[in-house]
Design a binder for this molecule. Structure first.
Ligand code: NI
Length: 193
């Protein structure tokens, strides 16, 4: 089932999400719905708060980017295997010199901005079988995970922009929260009448 994606300004996007256990109700259904919702919106990642659930869960599928011929073979192989579910994830290491990449977010349609992040992370998380894992990610995969992980801490990529840039975007962001934006997927706007 495709779920409406919460737009900028929705309080659930600002909340710190809570850990879940294997007994979480209808978890398989929820994960399936999140993938379906993400694909319908042509997204690379989707975090549970974006569909209104303040729990530590996100899904990503970076495999379409494995076709990018500008990437090195090793990175393409890595991305091909990047259809994944992350439960109770926590970044436990983050290092390297910050690098810029243009990011967008399904909760903030039609805005893309360069965001600085560190290139290497180590993530502790559980998979769909609730097996405990610790894994290193770099490059584009790390970038996608950092963006989704931020959602679980109530943070959006706009929170990482320089103050001036953020000020310049204020009007556009307010428009989005009121539903004044062109979007082809199902959304819920906090301030629309
Ligand atoms: Ni996002």
């Amino acid at each position: 089932m495709i779920l409406p994606i919460r737009a900028y300004g929705d309080p659930v996007l600002k909340r710190m999400a809570q850990d879940i256990g294997p007994d979480h109700p209808d978890l398989d259904q929820l994960i399936g719905d999140m993938f379906e919702t993400m694909y319908a919106a042509n997204g690379v990642g989707l975090a549970a708060p974006q569909i209104g659930q303040s729990i530590r869960l996100f899904v990503i599928d970076a495999s379409p980017f494995a076709d990018d011929e500008e990437l090195e073979e090793a990175e393409r192989t890595l991305l091909a295997g990047m259809k994944r579910v992350f439960i109770n994830p926590y970044i436990v290491e983050e290092d390297g010199e910050k690098w810029p990449m243009e990011e967008g977010c399904l909760s903030i349609p039609n805005i893309r901005e360069e965001v600085l992040r560190q290139p290497r992370i180590v993530l502790e998380y559980q998979n769909e079988k609730f097996e405990e894992l610790e894994e290193e990610f770099t490059g584009f995969a790390a970038r996608v995970i950092q963006h989704e992980h931020d959602h679980l801490d109530g943070k959006l990529f706009t929170d990482r922009l320089p103050l001036l840039r953020r000020k310049l975007l204020q009007g556009k962001l307010r428009d989005i929260s009121m539903g004044r934006t062109d979007v082809s997927y199902k959304m819920r706007f906090p301030m629309s009448k």
